[in-house]
Design a protein around this ligand. Structure first.
Ligand code: LLP
Length: 460
């Protein structure tokens, strides 16, 4: 078949759905709780974002402390018996203190997150330690720190952890992570409960049962619970209820067949948040109610305590990223608005084709909407910060753009691609701003350069 002409190809092209640019007044669901337009300027936490940028520069991550604390309170009141904040969404020393002050527990998934928490005074007994390939050193560190619960994800970990605990004479509490065969309705990269995932032990074909029996066979381990997390950015409750039901069935089965009982079920995180106007939020109470509904189908009420591990739902909506527009270029099909950040500070659009909205921070635009794309300054076409958005036509170089819903998995997944220093993170509250993470400098980047220093080999 001959290839279509450019005109024919254009006619065949499906027009992308444009996200409306939306102010806090137009789409409060995507903005932090305290975001407002005051005298045509965007304010968060009582601080004018253009004032903040004069002090801290761009690109800049901003966190609304009141928004985080509000969500934390909602989770505490959600009906779950224990709430762990999933630190992978965003962690730094100040965040550790916020989580602590809210009385939450903490989910860490690496030795690095564990050290950050412990070094900043978080009680290890309130930490649950995840990961599908924890090293012997990480497991030994968990035991040495007296971490509350280690979630075991493979047989190697069960053996290593049992040895590490036995060496100290302690009994380590563990959860066994199981996969219930439930494919969550979300991006494939964020679905973790189906039949072909690297996480946990499948319930099917006896894998999870063998893991439970392996844990029970070690005197230095105590089976404190069963863990399951079916995925992230979930807004429908059916999959959560089904997963809870299957976990409950598994627990009942283990008690009946092996007299192995657990009193806690950790059903993970994954509650979705709105990113673009009109998106749904899965509220903490709805999330927990779905889990209870599923469990109630198979277990008598009160048999087990429920733990949850929200990350995004606690910190995602608190975050806004501020960028300065550097160039506006009309392409053949849409307008390219280039900002001074990109995939190094906002990986989600390129990784998951995630959508966002944006609004000007220092003034209110008046132009008619134009099909635009907000792009970064990195050397590839996939470097998109906000895909296909109807941006006002009067956006010009020098304007400040604010992208909401960037509190989770933005700073946490930031990189130094193209030797781009990572932005600072600033907390705002009651008209005050406080630095959570300082901006990386070119000197920070140079510090790791070893200039070909010789490596001392230890030959076998
Ligand atoms: N618990 C476990 C075991 C997890 O693996 C995760 C997320 C959570 C809790 C927290 O999930 P949340 O409530 O934040 O959805 N980088 C992706 C998300 C990957 C999440 C990985 N695990 C993103 O940018 O959307």
């Amino acid at each position: 078949m001959p290839s279509p002409s450019l005109a024919e190809a254009d006619a065949l092209r499906v027009a992308p759905a444009l996200t409306p640019a939306a102010s806090p007044e137009q789409a409060p669901e995507v903005w932090p709780l305290t975001a407002r337009t005051v005298d045509n300027r965007l304010h968060v936490g009582g601080v004018a974002m253009d004032d903040l940028v004069r002090a801290c520069g761009t690109a800049l991550y901003v966190v609304d402390e009141a928004d985080f604390r509000h969500r934390a309170a909602q989770w505490r009141q959600s009906g779950a018996d224990r709430v762990h904040y999933a630190s992978k969404a965003f962690l730094c020393a100040e965040m550790v203190r916020w989580v602590d002050s809210e009385g939450l527990h903490l989910d860490v998934c690496s030795g690095g997150e564990l050290e950050l928490a412990v070094a900043n005074g978080f009680d290890p007994a309130r930490i649950v330690f995840h990961g599908n390939n924890k090293s012997p050193d990480e497991l030994a560190a968990a035991v040495a720190h007296r971490v509350g619960v280690v979630v075991v994800d493979c047989h190697e970990e069960i053996d290593r952890l049992a040895r590490a605990a036995a060496r100290t004479g302690r009994v380590q509490d563990v959860y066994v992570r199981i996969t219930p065969g439930v494919a969550a309705e979300t991006h494939a990269y964020m679905a973790t409960g189906g039949d072909d995932v690297k996480f946990g032990f499948p319930v099917r074909e006896g894998h999870a049962e063998r893991a439970v029996l392996a844990v029970a066979s070690h005197a230095s381990l105590r089976l404190a619970g069963v863990h399951c997390h079916i995925g992230s950015q979930i807004t429908a409750t059916e999959g959560l209820a089904l997963a809870a039901e299957r976990v409950g069935l598994f627990v009942a089965d283990m008690a009946r067949r092996h007299a192995v009982t657990v009193d806690e079920i950790d059903l993970g995180g994954g509650a979705g948040i709105p990113y673009v106007p009109g998106d749904l939020r899965l509220d903490p109470a709805e999330f927990t109610a779905a889990l209870r509904t599923g469990l109630a189908r198979v277990l008598p009420p009160g048999t087990v305590r429920i733990a949850v591990e929200p990350g995004r739902s606690m910190i995602g909506s608190a975050g806004v990223t501020l960028y300065r527009v550097g160039a506006v270029k009309d392409g053949l099909r849409r307008r390219f608005v280039s900002v001074d950040g990109g995939m190094s500070d906002a990986l989600r659009p390129s990784l998951y084709e995630a959508r966002y909205t944006a609004w000007t921070a220092g003034r209110t635009p008046r132009g008619t909407p134009v099909h635009s794309v907000i792009v970064g300054r990195h050397c590839e076409s996939g470097d998109v910060v906000v895909p296909d958005i109807a941006l006002p036509s009067d956006i010009t170089p020098g304007d400040l753009l604010a992208v909401p819903a960037t509190g989770a998995y933005h700073h946490a997944m930031a990189s130094n691609y193209n030797a781009q220093p990572r932005p600072a993170v600033v907390a705002v509250s009651d008209g005050q701003a406080r630095l959570m993470v300082r901006r990386e400098s070119p000197a920070d980047l140079r510090r790791r350069d070893a200039h070909g220093e010789p490596v001392q080999l230890s030959r076998v």
